[in-house]
Design a protein. Structure first.
Length: 265
């Protein structure tokens, strides 16, 4: 794990309850609407596949079931522990704890994925360019770098600063409900979204706090950052059904490629 994890970035929060693997799995148990898109894209590229911010393997595991060579990286050790527990003693996928801003696997991939708006963990241009530069170094000459990100307007509309009930899920340890209340704020000047959540365990009444900081990106924000890493936007979608982007799109899905032909690895 990179020493940069301890700096002022969004990654400093990876030890709180939001990033604990078993809790993350229960929270996102019904988050399946994007799996077919990523499965089809991985199948089309033929692998190997690298997933950044892979979490507990929500996407990496079904991609590996296609018979593809898959590697998943995540900076949160608890996420990787949960992914390995779900995978079993042998792979694929191969899972590793690593910082997506700077990594070196010594190989190239036909597809590099950054899903579930995880690009928003990159809180400044320097971190984004560092990540994209690492991606470019690992991308095969005709490979695809694919990422999705929620549109800033969609997220800002939900960030009203009001404390409200957010969601509930069963505690992975006891099965009793965990009730989550939270407050979201968005600063359009900095494009920073802050999310403060209180997780209350109904079995004993105790509460844990989780703080998340994200930076929102439009396609126009990402283009020059990708270009600085030697990547270009090749295609964009406005949803996981591959429809074109519109002003009302809640999600941006970007397929990127090398700016110029790369030497063979």
């Amino acid at each position: 794990m990179s020493e940069r994890q301890t700096d002022g970035s969004a990654l400093r929060h990876v030890s709180n309850i939001y990033y604990r693997g078993p809790h993350y799995d229960r929270r996102y148990a019904t988050y399946t609407h994007d799996i077919d898109f990523w499965r089809d894209l991985a199948h089309d590229t033929g692998g190997p596949v690298l997933e950044l911010a892979a979490g507990t393997g929500r996407l990496s595991l079904p991609l590996a079931r296609l018979g593809l060579d898959v590697v998943g990286l995540d900076v949160a050790p608890s996420m990787i522990e949960q992914a390995l527990a779900k995978r079993g003693p042998t792979g694929p996928p191969a899972f590793r704890v690593a910082d997506m801003r700077s990594f070196d696997l010594g190989r190239r991939f036909a597809l590099v994925m950054l899903a579930c708006s995880s690009v928003c963990h990159l809180l400044d241009d320097a971190d984004a360019v560092s990540c994209f530069t690492s991606v470019a170094a690992h991308l095969a000459p005709h490979g695809v770098f694919a990422l999705d990100v929620a549109t800033p307007a969609h997220e800002a509309a939900r960030a009203d600063g009001v404390l409200k009930d957010r969601f509930r899920y069963p505690d992975p340890a006891t099965g009793a409900d965990i009730a989550v209340r939270g407050r979201r704020r968005y600063d359009p000047a900095t494009r920073i979204l802050t999310d403060d959540m209180d997780y209350t365990f109904t079995a004993d009444g105790r509460t844990e706090h989780a703080h998340r900081t994200s930076r929102m990106y439009t396609t126009d924000d990402l283009r020059p950052l990708l270009a600085r890493a030697g990547l270009r936007l090749a295609r964009a979608y406005g949803d996981f059904d591959r429809t074109p982007p519109t002003e009302d799109s809640a999600t941006q899905i970007l397929l990127c490629a090398h700016d110029a032909p790369s030497p063979r690895s």
